[in-house]
Design a protein around this ligand. Structure first.
Ligand SMILES: Nc1ncnc2c1ncn2[C@@H]1O[C@H](COP(=O)(O)OP(=O)(O)OP(=O)(O)O)[C@@H](O)[C@H]1O
Length: 391
């Protein structure tokens, strides 16, 4: 067990044993033709640019980074919603990177996706029951009666009334729609669930409810969970490991507690400092991450972060650092990680920053439990989408 200490309480989180990888990527690359490329211009967006990563069976791995760093593209590659430009994707040891759509169809049952936007990810013309049943129908799971029974079970399991199956998505609030999306993702009995910013479109109090739900479902359905997030605060308490992405590359990959306690990459440190803290000293904690992310059309030479890095030297502009093992089950891509890691000591000594983020979530968890809120007891019309905080 690992103990995550917040200023309020200690949350015990069992660490999974070092399970084998269920999903792996090998030097994975996905480039897109740049918008407005003219006359056969070869301009390419290097959305994912050489990612090698292993996801352990049963773990929760979060992928974080600023907008545009390639998180969603990597997520889509992992479940082969899109094809890589080059590199490998291995599911249970089998290379799925070049499989045709037809060959992928059977695997889609195992690899499911929860989208960021519950408002647009559900077909408005289908009933909730039909939406959740669809994956079972596509994969020919069960008889019609069995599928309908399963729809009602799944609705109850995600905290909604079984009779909601006959309603339409527009009748539900954002949090409820995300629960419907999760029920649909579970319908085919997946092994891996990828959530692409599954809570970022939701009101902050509802975020905690959906996060709690995902955590519970992960245990119950024996899932491997991959979460995409731009907010380090949201994913701390539920991730076993965190991968930090910058401009199409992974710059640090570590066990969650180690990453938050002593980030080794200057970019991870900057993201930590950018976690907003509701405190009178908040002005001291203004994000130190200055400048925009450079364009993935023309990433900087050498280390891609060197143009924004307070530790950058001449070497960083010239030579690309590769992801190297730094000891504590961690990988980091920085020429100067040893001295940078030492400079992180100040971060962990200031509990107000990362600890408060976890503390906030702990409070939300306590709050949702105290309210005894069970959306299954509320009708959809009680929950107008415009007042999601009442969910
Ligand atoms: N279909 C596409 N065609 C062209 N460029 C694309 C396409 N999809 C993504 N990109 C570009 O690839 C880069 C990475 O995008 P991606 O959506 O993966 O980043 P992200 O980290 O998930 O960002 P966000 O948090 O904003 O969703 C961006 O520059 C984006 O504009």
């Amino acid at each position: 067990m690992s103990a995550v200490t917040t200023s309020e309480k200690t949350v015990d989180r069992p660490l999974p044993p070092r399970a084998p990888y269920i999903l792996e990527t090998r030097d994975l690359v996905r480039h897109f033709a740049a918008d407005g490329s003219l006359f056969g211009d070869k301009a390419v967006v290097r959305a994912v640019d050489g990612v090698t990563l292993g996801v352990r069976r049963g773990e929760t791995l979060s992928i974080v980074g600023e907008s545009g760093c390639g998180k969603s593209t990597l997520a889509r590659l992992l479940v082969r919603l899109i094809k890589p430009t080059s590199g490998g994707i291995l599911y249970q040891g089998r290379d799925i990177s070049a499989l045709s759509e037809r060959e992928m169809r059977a695997l889609r049952r195992d690899l499911q996706f929860v989208f960021q936007d519950p408002f647009s990810s559900l077909n408005p013309r289908m009933t909730v029951g039909a939406i959740i049943e669809e994956p079972m129908r596509v994969h020919r799971i069960g008889t019609r009666a069995e599928r309908r029974r399963r729809v009602r079970e799944l609705l109850a399991r995600v905290g909604l009334r079984p009779e909601f199956a006959d309603r339409y998505p527009h009748e539900f609030s954002g949090g409820q729609r995300q629960r419907i999306g999760i029920a649909r993702a579970l319908a085919s009995g997946p092994t891996v669930l990828i959530g692409d910013e599954p809570v970022s479109a939701l009101d902050v109090s509802i975020q905690a409810q959906v996060i709690n739900l995902l955590e519970d479902l992960k245990e119950e359905f024996d899932l491997t969970l991959i979460l995409i997030a731009h907010d380090l605060a949201v994913i701390r308490h539920m991730s076993d490991r965190v991968a930090v992405m910058y401009l199409g590359e992974i710059v640090e990959l570590a066990d969650t507690d180690a990453l938050y306690d002593r980030p080794h990459h200057p970019y991870t440190q900057a993201l930590m400092r950018a976690i907003p803290v509701p405190s009178p000293h908040a002005r001291d904690m203004v994000a130190e991450l200055t400048g925009d992310v450079p364009s993935p059309l023309a990433p900087p030479s050498g280390c891609r972060f060197h143009t924004r890095c307070p530790h950058a030297t001449e070497l960083c502009a010239q030579k690309k650092p590769h992801l190297e093992a730094s000891g504590d089950n961690r990988f980091v891509a920085c020429h100067h990680w040893r001295s940078v890691a030492d400079s992180a000591a100040g971060l962990s000594e200031e509990p107000a920053r990362p600890a408060n983020a976890a503390h906030r979530l702990a409070l939300y968890r306590a709050w949702t439990k105290k309210q005894g809120q069970n959306p299954a007891t509320q009708s959809p019309t009680d929950q107008a989408p415009t007042v999601p905080s009442e969910e």
